[in-house]
Design a protein around this ligand. Structure first.
Ligand code: ATP
Ligand code: MG
Length: 564
């Protein structure tokens, strides 16, 4: 917040401050208006942070409004997940509203427009309506039903509501101007007939309002001062204002900002639903999905997502943000809060030949060098350990500072060891590395001041716990998955290697205790998160439990994608 104040105001903050200063409004009320037809994605998170963030900054409030005007695609499952995700992000709404709560009022207003001669029932098919709409350079054609009398229109509209007509046989249109330069004004459709069950109003309605007719009026009913939406709605704004003006109702106003796009992913709910339905991912919360629940399962924190949204700011022009920036925000937060643990993902055995067979000791390890208050823990040590297979090379190139025959390295928090020999299987794979240790280097430093170039992590083979670890790459191989040649779809851009499952990983035994109990973040279940030293940030996955540990890699310690 403080950081915010020092920053230059964005254009929305400027508008709000001006309105507050000149007394246009005493306090502000924003809204977040998702359609409950899918799970929220990171683009929605941007909108949430903006709407709730502005209200918070200026002492106002934010409504959550479900824009549930399309019964066919909507479901209560989505309503629940949306509330969950907003809460998890750390925001609270003033009220929960549904556009469907306003169906009666919207209907009355539609009758009012008919009575004012500003709306009519059209019997043209949707195809005819589209064909007669004209183009940007040519005017449209008036519907043959455009001049129906007020009485006839009222009668037909009431019968539409009563269910007398079939889907698609009639619509209610605003009567504006079929030659208007803004296509939105060419008699926009206000209502369509849909004999469909609605998740809240049941079978009460068989006519449903269109977005342009419902949205502004809903804003007005709630007294929304700033109706913030994405840029593609700027051509809708004059129509938004037109309805409010004709109805003479409370004037809410619409403002547009650039939608968030991120490289190597898709962000339309329709496409995300397709990925789920057709099994390309394990669900809406698959850790590779750009959904909020996907990021949560991946190990993202609410703080990291809010910091990301803050960092990208509010733009007036569309752009594409790099996925790396999300990871940067995550690393920045987890570096401060994640407990460090040791885990070996691709284990190979290391035997310390001069360490007594039956001896076991505990060594002290720092939990988080960024936060002294997190203290230390005891890590068991014995003659047989596991180290990362890639931390040993029989014939190392220059500048390889890890373990190799004859070189001495530090085992993190433990001792200096020197590799002596290896055992191999029939195929020549190393099955065991033999080494010797220097007992004087306990804790990781040599009393004679001698230095080693490498430090590697390890776990005690006798004490380690088995784990499954899932590593992720980008879900799509193309920077802009939506841009495809003829005959191809975004699915052709899926990355076939976006998931790698490692079995038989070995983790420090205390992790079994660490993950006991449940984490609740703003009232929502969240994973346990760790930094596995040198390997990245990881979190528990709900597929696992205390007897079968499963971890997701949230991100690596450094940006590993830049170099490509
Ligand atoms: P989608 O195209 O993914 O289905 P939508 O805009 O139809 O998205 P809604 O549920 O209608 O989804 O969106 C709710 C709110 O979130 C709207 O105010 C919308 O402008 C905003 N929003 C949606 N996508 C983005 C995005 N990528 N960046 C910023 N805001 C977004
Ligand atoms: Mg929408």
């Amino acid at each position: 917040m403080e950081e915010n104040n020092e920053k230059q105001l964005n254009f929305l903050e400027e508008i709000i401050e001006k309105g507050l200063n000149d007394g246009t409004y005493k306090s502000i009320l924003t809204r977040f208006p998702p359609e409950p037809n899918g799970y929220l994605h990171i683009g929605h998170a941007k909108s949430i942070c903006l709407n709730f963030g502005l209200a918070k900054k200026y002492g106002g409030k934010t409504n959550l409004r479900f824009d549930d005007t399309n019964p066919v695609k909507e479901d209560t499952e989505y309503v629940d997940s949306i509330q969950n995700d907003i809460r998890w992000l750390g925001f609270e709404w003033a009220g929960v509203h549904y556009a469907s709560d306003y169906f009666e009022q919207l209907y009355e207003w539609a009758e009012l427009l008919i009575k004012k001669g500003l709306a009519y029932v059209d019997d043209q098919t949707l195809d005819e309506i589209r064909a007669n709409r004209g183009t940007v350079t040519s005017p449209g054609k008036n519907s043959p039903y455009r001049d129906r009398t007020v009485e006839e229109n009222l009668d037909l509209f009431r019968r539409m509501k009563a269910g007398e007509f079939e889907d698609g046989s009639k619509v209610l249109r605003a009567k504006i101007d079929m030659a208007h330069p803004n296509m939105m004004f060419r008699d926009p459709i206000m209502y369509r007939i849909l004999h469909a069950h609605h998740h809240r109003t049941g079978d009460k309605w068989c006519i449903y309002p269109m977005y342009d007719y419902a949205h502004g009026q809903s804003d007005s009913i709630e007294g929304i001062t700033h109706s913030i939406c994405t840029l593609e709605f700027d051509i809708h704004r004059p129509l938004y204002d037109w309805f409010i003006e004709q109805l003479g109702i409370w004037p809410s106003h619409q403002y547009e900002f650039a939608r968030l796009n991120i490289d190597y992913t898709v962000m339309s709910k329709r496409k995300l639903l397709q990925l789920v339905k057709e099994g390309y991912v394990s669900g809406w919360d698959d850790p590779r999905m750009p959904t909020i629940c996907g990021f949560r399962r991946r190990g993202y924190t609410p703080e990291s997502i809010r910091a990301f949204c803050d960092r990208i700011g509010v733009a007036k022009r569309d752009n594409i943000i790099s996925y790396s920036l999300l990871e940067f925000s995550l690393r920045e937060h987890l570096n401060k809060v994640a407990q460090r643990r040791m885990a070996v993902l691709d284990p190979v055995k290391l035997v310390i030949d001069n360490y007594p067979e039956n001896k076991e000791e505990t060594l002290t390890a720092v939990n988080n060098p960024e936060n002294e208050a997190d203290g230390t823990r005891e890590v068991p040590f014995c003659r047989e350990l596991y180290i990362e297979r890639e931390d040993f090379m029989e014939n190392p190139p220059k500048k390889y500072f890890r373990l190799s025959p004859g070189t001495e390295v530090r085992l993190r928090y433990a001792y200096f060891v020197t590799a002596q020999s290896v055992e191999k299987d029939a195929d020549g794979n190393i099955t065991c590395i033999h080494c010797t240790y220097d007992p004087a280097t306990r804790g990781g430093d040599a009393p004679d001041g001698r230095k080693v170039k490498g430090t590697i992590h390890w776990v005690s083979a006798r004490h380690a716990v088995d784990a499954e670890v899932r590593l992720f790459d980008r879900l799509f191989a193309a920077e802009a998955p939506d841009e495809v040649e003829e005959g191809k779809t975004f699915l052709d851009n899926l990355n076939p290697d976006s998931l790698r499952v490692l079995k038989g990983c070995k983790v420090e035994p205390c992790i079994a205790d660490d993950i006991k109990g449940h984490i609740s973040e703003n009232g929502v279940a969240a994973p346990h998160r760790f930094q596995f030293e040198r390997m990245g940030y990881f979190c528990t996955d709900p597929d696992g439990d205390e007897s079968h540990l499963v971890f997701n890699r949230s991100c690596t310690l450094k940006d590993s994608w830049k170099k490509a």
